[in-house]
Design a protein. Structure first.
Length: 405
């Protein structure tokens, strides 16, 4: 069936191009790979705009620049499409591919928000055009500077590779094979379910892959919005959080778990009226760092975040409790967001060829007829973004929902 679908897509593009061929041109001319690549770039722009139109009601939002994303094999693995409002940056949509079909792996639609690659370039003080964009995993973005042999992602400073970029990418390939094998083993195990999207309302995890150069992707999103919700903030739904730049600009060592804790406290203070919480980032960061038992290098043991948050709030005189999710189903998150409960989420995954972990503060969700998205303050950006809950190679996933009064 898939081959028939691709064949139909191929025939469609052949017919489309045939109408553009002059009468004296060869009747058997077919589109080249370059022709198809150009068509796909246009289609990606239209697809992103169509997706945004399905999720948001603002008719002024349009697609802007489209940038290609490569994988560790230097194959096209996705597009990063800017969203603009009257020419002004208003977020972005990241499109990946599964079975040669477009899938939105991440998006953010907020005024003045730039895409993740431009955010990295801005932090590096490097102009666009001197870089090559990569994504070795759906939510892991890298900018590579060939002349300097420097690679930089969301986390950390620019890293000058101690080996060739080719060797680095080979390590990523080998690690991806190991992770895929481990995940396949877990999925067939009868005794291990934690971290896998196994509940009835969670779709099967998406297997992203590079785009077949001969396939033509859709130019329109056919899904619909099913439901959405955000934590209360007594306003329009917009939030502003602490980011990596806020942390490191004060000379502090960046730790994602501590940053997630600070963002939870910032939310409770600024949007829910818990005014005893310190408004000094330096004071807040130091206290939560200590309570979470974070090491000098910025590493925090998974599971230490929730007790730290509870201790901090109780020390201020607030009543605080939390519950840990057993299977971390998507419905756990939506239930508690609807109940206006702040949520910390920690997950383990493969980041650019090595297994690591990250902690975020969950502030909302969007579910479409195709996929499920969590809105998170990721600690890297000041504005929350939506992550496809089904589209990642998780090695673990843990959630804690809080009740505070």
């Amino acid at each position: 069936m898939k081959h028939k679908k691709l064949f139909k897509s191929f025939i469609g593009i052949v017919m489309a191009f045939s109408f553009c061929i002059p009468m004296n041109a060869s009747a058997d001319k077919v589109p080249s790979l370059e022709d198809i690549a150009k068509t796909n770039e246009v289609n990606a722009s239209k697809y992103a705009a169509s997706f945004v139109g399905a999720v948001y009601s603002n008719p002024d939002l349009q697609s802007g620049d489209v940038r290609r994303i490569l994988d560790e094999n230097d194959q096209l693995s996705g597009y990063c499409v800017d969203i603009v409002d009257d020419g002004t940056p208003n977020g972005y949509v990241v499109i990946k591919f599964s079975d040669n079909q477009p899938v939105v792996s991440e998006f953010c639609v907020e005024p003045n928000v730039k895409n993740p690659y431009d955010s990295i370039l801005e932090r590096m003080d490097v102009s666009v055009g001197t870089d090559v964009l990569y994504s070795f995993e759906p939510y892991d973005y890298q900018v590579y500077l060939p002349q300097e042999n420097i690679l930089v992602g969301y986390e950390g400073e620019a890293e000058k590779l101690s080996q060739s970029f080719a060797d680095y990418k080979e390590q990523v390939r080998e690690r991806n094979i190991e992770v895929s094998a481990a995940l396949a083993s877990r999925q067939t195990s009868s005794c291990t379910t934690e971290g896998l999207p196994s509940d009835g309302d969670a779709r099967k995890a998406v297997n992203y892959s590079s785009l077949d150069g001969w396939s033509v992707i859709s130019d329109s999103y056919t899904g619909t919005l099913k439901s959405r919700a955000n934590l209360s903030n007594n306003s329009s739904g917009s939030f502003t959080f602490y980011s990596q730049n806020d942390i490191t600009s004060g000379g502090r060592t960046y730790a994602c778990s501590v940053t997630a804790l600070c963002n939870m406290m910032k939310y409770l203070r600024d949007y829910r009226g818990f005014t005893k919480i310190s408004s000094s980032l330096s004071t807040l960061y130091s206290k939560l760092w200590s309570l979470a038992g974070t090491s000098s290098s910025g590493s925090t043991s998974n599971g230490s975040e929730a007790p730290a948050a509870k201790s901090y709030l109780q020390d201020l005189g607030y009543s605080a409790s939390y519950g840990k999710y057993l299977f971390d189903w998507y419905s756990d998150f939506t239930r508690d967001i609807n109940a206006n409960k702040p949520i910390l989420m920690s997950y383990g995954a493969d980041f650019g060829g090595s297994e690591g972990g990250h902690c975020v503060f969950v502030v909302g969700y969007v579910e479409t007829s195709d996929y499920q998205y969590l809105r998170v303050a990721d600690g890297w950006n000041r504005t929350p973004r939506y992550l496809n809950y089904n589209g990642y190679n998780y090695t673990r996933r843990d959630g804690w929902a809080f009740s505070v009064s």
